[in-house]
Design a protein. Structure first.
Length: 99
């Protein structure tokens, strides 16, 4: 009977199901990156069980990435942006030209 494993790509971070092979190398189905098996997230004789787990892990990863992006965006939104050429200049000095 075949065994299936859930792996995560180091490059695109997508979780996916692969058939267990003798080789410790595998290729991502999405970005085509060749890599070694670093961590097995699940192993089963049922491909369906592995697919369900891979889908759940991908949903959790996407949710976490979205939350992180929102947090970073709100941080940068509240940070004042300096106008180019105003850093270290005198208030009488316009555009870096001395009067």
């Amino acid at each position: 009977m075949q065994e299936f494993i859930v792996l995560q790509c180091f490059n695109c971070k997508v979780y996916q199901v692969h058939i267990v092979k003798k080789s410790s190398k595998w290729r991502c189905k999405l970005c085509n990156a060749k890599q070694s098996i670093v961590k097995i997230f699940m192993k089963s004789e049922s491909a369906k069980e592995c697919r369900v787990i891979a889908q759940e892990l991908n949903e959790k990863y996407i949710k976490h990435a979205e939350e992180l992006a929102i947090a970073l965006w709100s941080e940068t939104k509240n940070t004042p942006i300096e106008e180019p050429g105003t850093k270290g200049t005198n208030s009488d000095n316009q555009g870096g030209i001395l009067k």
